[in-house]
Design a protein around this ligand. Structure first.
Ligand code: 13P
Length: 250
């Protein structure tokens, strides 16, 4: 049995006062841990605050992207070592918003994943197709290309990663993939991974993301190959995020 993980992706939301309220509520409810793991991925400036409020609790934290470089003249970038300085355990890589808005290629994402692992972080590798790609019948082709770019760099990176399947058309739209649609892609990812490393494929946590809410979480998490969720909007509302964590604890 793979352990379930629910990770919040705050995206570019937050503020010191709001964060404190949200994190305090999470600590109160699930700070001592439970049968599912829980994490929040916050904007860089709030890492210190998040570390202060979550340190010593069962809730992990992380960032939403990182540089593929270790250090140097890369204005505006943040390295893996900087993230571990603030106690980060996770970092998202290849979120569809990074791919589409900031031009991150499959190769750049693969480089970031390696940088994260080398820095001691657990990367959450995000994969997903657009609506046009789904309607064009090329979902598996797109997911395969995104995954293969990472496996091409060797399996060492992926061995320390978590995968999140996030269909772009389901992100922030209120339009969730049906549990079966999500399951089909998760099974495809696991099978493709098994082609390179069967044991890794079996133990890989594959999260689903895209309009996960308290109302649909249990059904999604009940699918064979869905090992938790990557939560956007609902991770900003304590009661909703906690309900989703409870659904994962099953
Ligand atoms: P929503 O849950 O707001 O659809 O966002 C999903 C997401 O992009 C998480 O990374």
């Amino acid at each position: 049995m793979r352990r379930k993980l629910v990770a919040g992706n705050w995206k570019m939301h937050g503020g010191l006062a709001r964060n404190r309220e949200l994190l305090d509520s999470l600590v109160q409810a699930i700070g001592k841990g439970g049968s599912a793991d829980c994490a929040v991925c916050v904007p860089f400036p709030y890492l210190a605050q998040t570390q202060e409020l979550l340190k010593g609790t069962a809730i992990a934290w992380g960032a939403q992207t990182l540089s593929e470089h270790g250090q140097g003249a890369y204005t505006g970038e943040v390295s893996a070592a900087m993230l571990t300085d603030f106690g980060c355990r996770y970092v998202l890589v290849g979120h569809s918003e990074r791919r589409s808005l900031y031009g991150e290629s499959n190769e750049a994402v693969a480089a970031k994943l390696l940088a994260a692992v080398q820095g001691g972080l657990t990367p959450v590798l995000c994969l997903g197709e657009t609506l046009e790609q789904r309607e064009g019948g090329i979902t598996e082709k797109i997911i395969a290309a995104q995954l293969d770019a990472v496996t091409a760099a060797g399996m060492n990176g992926l061995a320390k990663a978590v995968i999140a399947y996030e269909p772009v058309w389901a992100i922030g739209t209120g339009r969730t993939a049906t549990p079966q649609q999500a399951q089909d892609v998760h099974a495809f990812i696991r099978t493709r991974l098994a082609g390179s490393d069967a044991a890794l494929a079996q133990r890989m946590q594959i999260l689903y993301g895209g309009s996960v809410k308290p109302q649909n979480a249990a059904e999604l998490f009940g699918m064979t190959d869905i090992d938790g969720g990557l939560i956007g909007g609902a991770s900003l509302v304590a009661q909703d995020f906690l309900a989703i964590c409870t659904a994962a604890a099953g």
